[in-house]
Structures are given as structure tokens and as C-alpha cells.
Ligand binder design. Structure first.
Ligand code: NAD
Ligand code: UGA
Length: 472
């Protein structure tokens, strides 16, 4: 039978905010603390600072009931049994994770601990961080019987974060004793016992009362490595398919057919085999680097991770060269860029391959008019409007008078464009698609020159086929 647990979540970013709201959704009492006053002010008014499906409704439902937001850490620590640390762990020097935000939070928590608390590492951290958190608490004078540290890595994806949290593939708890593991079991009981899924307002998804979420208890070190190795393995799958895509393209094979054919083997699976312009985002690039560094510290040369990174970086160059090859020269050309976010269904542009490619094109003398359904405002902060960077309200105005369209993010709406309208707006009917959203033969029928990833390019009758496109 589930019991209500008092929880403090520190950090109200993608992970902290989603965890806080979802813990309230399953019946717990949550205080979410952030040191960014502007963010906390927004949240106190029920405004979600990030673009995430289901978040606005769920925030409205639980605000000031199951979940409150504050900048004041002390009372939040006093009131709770479990403290989830969900602050950023960005890439530091030489690839290692920068744990200074985690250390700062732990030092602050230590000031307020007067009764037993379980500190939960929710941020993605290298192996042995659990031990460092304990050591840090000791150094700040907290008695060992007043706390335990547990690793509970988060596997949600941006864009589907709420659904991933409430319908997880697995919940991993890395605990070194039963008392702390039991508290985490209590917290996740509505999902692991399936009671949440019986509620009429429960968010529908993969889990159900008959198929509840699975919880795996391991040592702290194993849990920390499960997180890093899961992200690294997913990144490896993407780099692998991108490398195969380049081979496929050079022999006129079709990477979409190849990925389908491979994925039908249930040992391989179809997911994360989409070739494109390389992975981005705030996690894969930094986590691959951090995991490589972790191995290095143990004297292990995890070379395959370096290859994953190199293939990923090369994938952007290949796309850039495709644009150049399709346009002959770049200086003075005008391009419509569809997509700015690092993936679909998010406004996050951290480490977005789309932004990197746009910057490179601008450096080469191209002027860009960009459209993205969610990420324009965030992009304006890093690429302010200028002669070479304009923003449009829809794909067709972005394409007005442009020499070609480049597709950089896999938003669904970019795969359902009114091609007649697009063709009419463009100076030349050329699309260079970094996300393989259309079938080449269909695009040729529609009168386009269409260049994609890992598939033969097709040429409109008007454009004609060049003798050779040099890719890299
Ligand atoms: P984020 O940058 O969106 O949010 C971090 C939040 O922590 C910010 O709001 C910041 O103001 C706050 N913060 C920093 N220092 C603080 C302090 N001393 N006190 C209170 N608040 C403080 O980060 P994120 O994307 O949510 O990622 C957090 C962690 O979770 C990272 O380790 C990341 O690798 C991991 N992770 C992220 C995702 C994802 O999809 N974004 C998924 C799984 C795991
Ligand atoms: C990723 C993982 O999927 C989550 O499980 C993990 O919790 C999270 O990182 C994290 O630790 O932060 P996320 O970064 O939100 O989630 O996005 P993904 O859907 O994994 O996509 C990452 C990048 O890979 C995007 O740029 C996407 O376009 C690209 N991608 C993804 C491909 O190029 N091909 C694919 O087949 C899949």
C-alpha cells in the first residue's frame, strides 16, 4: 500500500521540474527549490519555463497542493524525508563532468540536516559521486547516522519527459543499505504497484495495473554506471547507423531500408537507428565524454566512445558539404532552415546540431531564414536577428525567395509540408533534408531536387543531375 512521502527536489530544470510535478501527481508532498528567482517566480504563477507536453496541465493541477516552489532551501530540507538533487552536471575540462553545482548543493543541504534524510542523486554523475556526496556531508560535520546517499538516475527524454517519468522502462535505485532503498521503493510504489494507473486522471502510456513499472535495486556504483552506459550505448547506436548511412549513400543503397531490415532483428530493435545530422542535446555529447573520462581514470582506454564522438562530429561536416555541393557555391546564398531545436518536441537548443550547422553556413557567407515551432525565442538569445540570420513565422515565409530549404530538426510538421506551396515560394526547388522526412522518389515526382542522408539524391528535371556530388 502506497504512503505519502515528503520530498524536496533541488533544481527545477527538465529533470527536477518534471520529477517534482510527477511525484505530486502520484500523491507525494513536494517542495521544489531553485536558486534562479526568475524561474521560481514563473513556477509560482503556474507558468512552465520549458516546452514539454502535459507539463502545463499537470503543473496547474498540483500547484500549491502537491507541489510548491521556493528559493528557500532550509525549510524544504527540514520538512522532507528525501532530497533529490537535480542540478546540472555540464561538461567540464578534459571531458569530465563538472560537479561543482552538485557539491555546492550538498554543502548547503549539510547546513540544514538535523534529522535522518536520504539524499538522492538524480543528476547524471560519474561513478563514485555517491561516495563523494557522503564525504562532503561528513566534511561539513553531518553525523553518518543522519543521512544516506542513493543514486536514482533519470532516463526521461525531452519532449516526452512526463510520459517517460510516469511510464518508465525501468527505475534504477543504487543504494548501499536497505533503509534508504526502502524509502525509494515507497516513493515509486504508485508506479511499481500500479495503483497510479488505476486512477481515472492517470496519464495513459505503456505501463498499466497489469504491467506496472519495474524497479531495479543495485549498488550505487552500478546505478551510476547504468546511466552513463545507457546514454553512451544509445549514442553509439546513432553513430553506428550514421556510419552505415555514409556507406549506403556511396553505393546507392537506402539507409531507411537498411535500418528497417536491421531493426526487425529483435536483438537489435528499430529504435535509435535514425540516420541524420548527428546527435545533440544537453546529455549525449557530455555524457559520452564524461564516460570516456571515467574509464580513463581507471586506466581503461574506452576507444569506441571516442569513435562515437568523432563520427558524430563528422556527420555535421558531411551535411554541410552536401549543402555546398547542392548549391555549388555558398557566399551570398539564401537558405530556409527548418528546425533549430536539437530534436523534435522541445524548445531546447543546448548543443543543437541545427545551430552548429547554421553558424557554419553563416560563416561561409550564407544568409539564413529559420523557422522552428518552439525554439525561436531561445535561439534569438544566441543568434540575434541580423542581416544573415532572420526568423520566420512559418516554413513557407522562411522559404520565400530562398535558394534551397535545409531540414535540421525532425518535427512532424516538417514531414507534412504543402510541397506545392513550398515549391512556389522557393527560388529553386531544392531540399537538403538532414532528417530523412520524405521518400526521394516522391520528392522527385513533386519536382524537387532532394538530397537526404544515406540515400541516393534525386534531381528535378529543371535542376538536372550534377556529374558528381562530393560529400567529404
Ligand atoms: P537544467 O539546467 O535544465 O536545470 C538545472 C536547474 O538547477 C536549473 O534550474 C538551475 O537554476 C538549478 N540549480 C543550479 N544550482 C542550484 C542550486 N545551488 N540550488 C538550487 N537550484 C540550482 O538541467 P537538466 O536538463 O534538468 O539536467 C539536470 C541533470 O539531469 C543533469 O545531470 C543531466 O545530465 C541529467 N538529465 C537530464 C535529462 C534531460 O533530458 N535534460 C535527462 C536525464 C538526466
Ligand atoms: C537522451 C536519452 O534518450 C534519455 O534516455 C536520457 O535520459 C537523456 O538523453 C539524458 O540523459 O539527458 P534526449 O537527449 O532528450 O534523451 O533526446 P533523444 O531522443 O535521446 O535524442 C538525442 C539526440 O539524438 C537528438 O539530437 C536526436 O535528434 C538524435 N537522434 C535520436 C538521432 O539522430 N537518431 C535517433 O535514432 C535518435
Amino acid at each position: 500500500m502506497s504512503r505519502q512521502v515528503s520530498i524536496c527536489v533541488i533544481g527545477s530544470g527538465y529533470v527536477g521540474l518534471v520529477a517534482a510535478v510527477c511525484f505530486a501527481e502520484v500523491g507525494h508532498k513536494v517542495i521544489c527549490v531553485d536558486n534562479n528567482e526568475a524561474k521560481v517566480n514563473m513556477l509560482q504563477q503556474g507558468i512552465a519555463p520549458i516546452y514539454e507536453e502535459h507539463l502545463p496541465e499537470m503543473l496547474a493541477r498540483h500547484l500549491n497542493k502537491g507541489v510548491t516552489f521556493t528559493t528557500d532551501l532550509g525549510p524544504a530540507i527540514e520538512a522532507c524525508e528525501a532530497v533529490f538533487i537535480a542540478v546540472g552536471t555540464p561538461q567540464g575540462s578534459s571531458g569530465s563532468a563538472d560537479l561543482s553545482y552538485v557539491e555546492a548543493v550538498v554543502s548547503e543541504i549539510a547546513r540544514y540536516v538535523t534529522s535522518y534524510k536520504v539524499l538522492v542523486e538524480k543528476s547524471t554523475v560519474p561513478v563514485y559521486t555517491n561516495e563523494w556526496v557522503s564525504r562532503c556531508m561528513h566534511r561539513h560535520g553531518v553525523e553518518p547516522e543522519l543521512f544516506d546517499v542513493v543514486s536514482n538516475p533519470e532516463f526521461l527524454r525531452e519532449g516526452t519527459a512526463i510520459e517517460d517519468f510516469l511510464h518508465p522502462d525501468r527505475i534504477v535505485v543504487g543504494a548501499n543499505n536497505d533503509r534508504s532503498a526502502q524509502l525509494l521503493r515507497d516513493i515509486y510504489a504508485p508506479l511499481t504497484e500500479g495503483t497510479y494507473y488505476t486512477q481515472p486522471e492517470a496519464l495513459p502510456g505503456m505501463c498499466s495495473p497489469a504491467n506496472p513499472a519495474k524497479l531495479l535495486v543495485t549498488s550505487a556504483q552500478s546505478a551510476e554506471i547504468i546511466k552513463h552506459s545507457s546514454n553512451a550505448f544509445l549514442a553509439l547506436k546513432i553513430s553506428f547507423i550514421n556510419a552505415v548511412a555514409n556507406l549506403a549513400e556511396s553505393v546507392d543503397a537506402d539507409i531507411e531500408d537498411i535500418a528497417t531490415g536491421m531493426g526487425l532483428d529483435s536483438r537489435i530493435g528499430t529504435r535509435f537507428l535514425r540516420a541524420g545530422i548527428g546527435y545533440g542535446g544537453s546529455c549525449f555529447p557530455k555524457d559520452v565524454a564524461a564516460f570516456y573520462w571515467v574509464a580513463q581514470q581507471q586506466g581503461i582506454d574506452f576507444q569506441i566512445l571516442d569513435e562515437v564522438r568523432k563520427i558524430n562530429a563528422h556527420q555535421q561536416e558531411i551535411f554541410f558539404n552536401k549543402v555546398r555541393a547542392a548549391l555549388w557555391t555558398l557566399r551570398g546564398k539564401k537558405l530556409a532552415a527548418l528546425g533549430l531545436a536539437f530534436k523534435a518536441d522541445t524548445d531546447d537548443i543546448r548543443d543543437s546540431p541545427a545551430i552548429d550547422i547554421i553558424r557554419k553556413l553563416i560563416d561561409a557567407g550564407v544568409s539564413i531564414t529559420a523557422y522552428d515551432p518552439a525554439a525561436i525565442e531561445k535561439t534569438k538569445a544566441v543568434l540575434p536577428p541580423s542581416d544573415s540570420m532572420q526568423y520566420a513565422e512559418d516554413p513557407y515565409s522562411a522559404a520565400e525567395g530562398a535558394d534551397a530549404v535545409i531540414i535540421l530538426t525532425e518535427w512532424k510538421e516538417f514531414g507534412k509540408l504543402d510541397l506545392h506551396r513550398l515549391n512556389h515560394a522557393l527560388k529553386f526547388p531544392i531540399i537538403i533534408d538532414g532528417r530523412n522526412l520524405y521518400k526521394p522518389a516522391f520528392m522527385q515526382e513533386q519536382g524537387f531536387t532532394y538530397v537526404s542522408v544515406g540515400r541516393p539524391a534525386v534531381y528535378s528535371a529543371q535542376q538536372g543531375k550534377p556529374r558528381k556530388i562530393v560529400l567529404s
